[in-house]
Design a protein around this ligand. Structure first.
Ligand code: URA
Length: 181
């Protein structure tokens, strides 16, 4: 089923609707080769209405430009939940479950070559990952007709710059996957 943008924009399926300013749906071309899935909108995204427009996003898209050679405008970008959790806490299980049908509708509209989960919440929701990020990052796995992999969330690399090299290496895997026939 195609994404019902009007219904999602008015969604009240979980408590996050009570504190959000904007529903942050996703941005990018529907024929994007690379799909990026983060955790949840933060303050900047809640105000601006688009995913990854704050500091994390600036870092993310600099790394993607340098390591993959794609611009933000060439990627489809979304999150596991579409509304900001208060204080930027991790989305609760019932919030993730309430938002899941929206994510599934959205994924149904896209046909990426590679899906990159950013952080453990996205890795669990999109890839079904069960192990810690240290064990799973950069490892390609089948995801329907696409290839899925995970890397650290850019916010983690802002806190711990040692992760930058790890993210760069994982993005090198993305580049190789996109470049292969
Ligand atoms: N962090 C996320 O996971 N997603 C955003 O859109 C912004 C910050």
């Amino acid at each position: 089923m195609a994404l019902d943008v009007a219904a999602l924009s008015a969604c009240t399926r979980c408590r996050l609707c009570e504190t959000r300013q904007r529903v942050v749906i996703g941005t990018g071309p529907h024929d994007a080769k690379l799909l990026l899935v983060g955790e949840a909108p933060g303050r900047d995204e809640d105000e601006g209405g688009a995913p990854f427009i704050g500091r994390s996003g600036q870092l993310l898209f600099r790394l993607i430009d340098e390591e993959v050679g794609l611009s933000r405008a060439e990627c489809y970008v979304t999150n596991t939940v579409k509304c900001r959790p208060p204080g930027n806490r991790v989305p609760a299980r019932d919030e993730l479950d309430a938002c899941r049908p929206w994510l599934e509708q959205q994924l149904g509209d896209l046909a990426p070559r590679v899906t990159l989960a950013l952080g453990l919440t996205a890795a669990r929701e999109v890839l079904g990952a069960t192990l810690p990020m240290g064990r799973i990052h950069g490892r390609a796995r089948h995801l329907g007709d696409a290839t899925g992999l995970a890397t650290y969330h850019p916010a983690a690399a802002l806190r711990d710059p040692a992760l930058l090299d790890v993210m760069r290496a994982d993005l090198g895997v993305v580049r190789a996957l996109l470049g292969s026939p």
